[in-house]
Design a protein around this ligand. Structure first.
Ligand code: GAP
Length: 499
């Protein structure tokens, strides 16, 4: 697996992700998505929305506001319970999550070696003096304060007066916007159970120890689904909530694999009794093998009827569904597949990263699924001094850019241009050369064909320029490269042209 440092440096160099407010020294754990990052992020959100909301007959969408009534967070339990235990170093003032401090390497000034400084791996004792960590893991000198509970919600004020009555919060999850709109959606869409509501949006958490690039940040985006199920129904002899929970776990795993995440980098983690939230009947996390090790990519929880009941209690409004068959009002159970956009982006990026050797040289390539790749096609004129080549290349760019993300690059030799596109994961390059436009001075006729080059195999085929949009469309739609190559009369191996 690629290292985090390699990814951070590639992301900055090629315009995927920049540190927020970098010219002022940067902010703690906020990141900005650059020209390629925003395309990648939009593609992830687009295919998620298409696959889970638009294409499913049992789903609808929602876009709730970030600022909500303060009571929402009282009812949801976030005001009282959305806390992490925090400790501070009395010496260097660094702050840590008390429950994660033993998972960090620690600095130790060892008395058995005249006070030499060592950095000892997480959880281990000093091999010289046998000491365990008791002091600050960062400076190795300061005493730590006793743990205090720290609420992770960002507090703010609604309106001009900063008084208690005006306090509200930036939402720490998008989910509550769905719960409080349950009845609005039910009434306006006349849905029957089971059905779900999907939402993509920003969430904010004042994390004590953000870090690991975009893995844990204070501002991030979530793609969440609340799937409402009649708890009195059974499917295939099992309670409907349990059946749907399993189905959503399968669907989420299949979705990540469909967009290229390798099977060996994904696994499920079932929450044990000590991890399970008090409202959850069962939670399974999809974990990914991140550069920092196996960690949560998304969670899929059975939240039972907890949230709807809480909001009904605090708002005084019934949040029930009328079961026509049984002639009874029920509070649906909720299955919640909840994924972070930024974390998904990091997973897609890390999984796609490859270093390969091509004819004795290193090639860095991001093997993104073509639908996720930030740039779908690069148009590369072989000679930038030939007006007819440049004109043809620009015309192609304009045609493809109507509905695809396209770049035009003529700033280096063709081999270098291909490598640049490989490094950002562009699945197809289209080259316009002398053969395309002909060379009248040498009596060579134009063949009107351009070269399409496949990122992964580095093979090339020549197709009529007029067919390029259609061929690229087929490739992006899933038609195998080998098929396209065969239809075009066979592919040329990477070595026969500059690749
Ligand atoms: N509504 C349920 C919920 O919010 P969660 O496990 O706290 O559950 C869901 O968050 C997902 O949101 C996580 O699996 C992760 O992908 C993402 N996420 C949570 N906190 C994050 C943070 N501080 N930075 C980036 N992503 C985060």
């Amino acid at each position: 697996m690629v290292s985090m440092d390699t990814l951070v440096s590639l992301c900055k160099r090629r315009g995927f992700v920049f540190q927020s407010s970098e010219i002022y020294g940067g902010t703690g754990s906020c990141w900005d998505y650059g020209p390629l990052g925003v395309e990648l992020k939009n593609n992830i959100k687009r295919v998620w929305w298409r696959d889970f909301v638009q294409r499913r007959p049992d789903m609808v969408g929602l876009d709730a506001s970030i600022l909500m009534h303060a009571m929402v967070w009282k009812a949801s339990g976030h005001v009282d319970h959305f806390t992490d235990p925090m400790v501070d170093c009395r010496e260097c003032r660094h702050r840590f999550r008390a429950d994660q401090i033993d998972e960090m390497p620690w600095v130790h000034y060892c008395p058995a070696t005249k006070g030499n400084k060592f950095t000892i791996p997480a959880g281990e004792v000093c091999t010289h003096c046998g000491a365990r960590r008791t002091l600050c893991p960062d400076c190795g000198k300061g005493e730590l304060t006793a743990p205090r509970q720290f609420n992770l919600m960002f507090k703010t004020f609604m309106g001009p007066v900063e008084e208690d009555a005006a306090v509200t919060y930036l939402r720490p999850e998008t989910a509550q916007g769905i719960f409080v709109n349950f009845d609005n959606v039910l009434q306006s869409t006349r849905r029957k159970l089971p059905f779900g509501i999907g939402q993509i949006g920003k969430a904010f958490r004042n994390e004590i120890t953000p870090g690991n690039f975009i893995f844990r940040t204070r501002e991030f985006e979530q793609m969440e689904i609340e799937y409402f199920v009649n708890p009195h129904d059974t499917v295939e002899g099992r309670p409907a909530d349990e059946h749907w929970h399993d189905r959503w776990i399968e669907d989420c795993l299949a979705w990540f694999k469909r967009y290229g995440i390798q099977e060996e980098n994904l696994r499920l983690h079932e929450h044990g009794p000590d991890e399970l939230a008090h409202y959850a009947k069962r939670t399974a996390d999809v974990q990914f093998r991140f550069p920092i090790g196996w960690s949560e990519l998304m969670g899929i929880a059975n939240r039972t009827d907890f949230d709807l009941k809480q909001h009904a209690k605090w708002s005084g409004k019934a949040l029930t569904y009328f079961d026509e068959e049984r002639k009874e009002h029920v509070v649906p159970f909720v299955i919640e597949p909840s994924a972070g956009v930024d974390r998904a982006l990091l997973a897609f990026l890390a999984d796609a990263y490859r270093e390969e050797e091509v004819r004795g040289e290193k090639r860095v390539v991001l093997r993104f699924h073509p639908e996720l790749a930030p740039v779908s096609v690069a148009i590369l004129p072989l000679l930038k001094k030939r007006d007819d080549i440049v004109r043809t290349a620009h015309a192609l760019r304009d045609e493809l850019a109507r509905d695809l993300t396209v770049v035009y690059d003529d700033t280096a030799a063709i081999g270098r241009l291909y490598r640049r596109q490989d490094e950002v994961g562009t699945p197809y390059c289209v080259t316009v050369d002398v053969q395309t436009v002909g060379a009248s001075d040498k009596g060579e006729a134009a063949d009107g064909k351009v070269t399409i080059r496949d990122r992964d195999s580095m093979e090339q085929v020549r197709v009529p320029a007029a067919r390029v949009r259609a061929v690229i469309g087929e490739l992006l739609g899933g038609r195998p490269w080998a098929d396209v190559a065969a239809a075009a009369g066979g592919a040329e191996a990477p070595a026969t042209r500059a690749s």
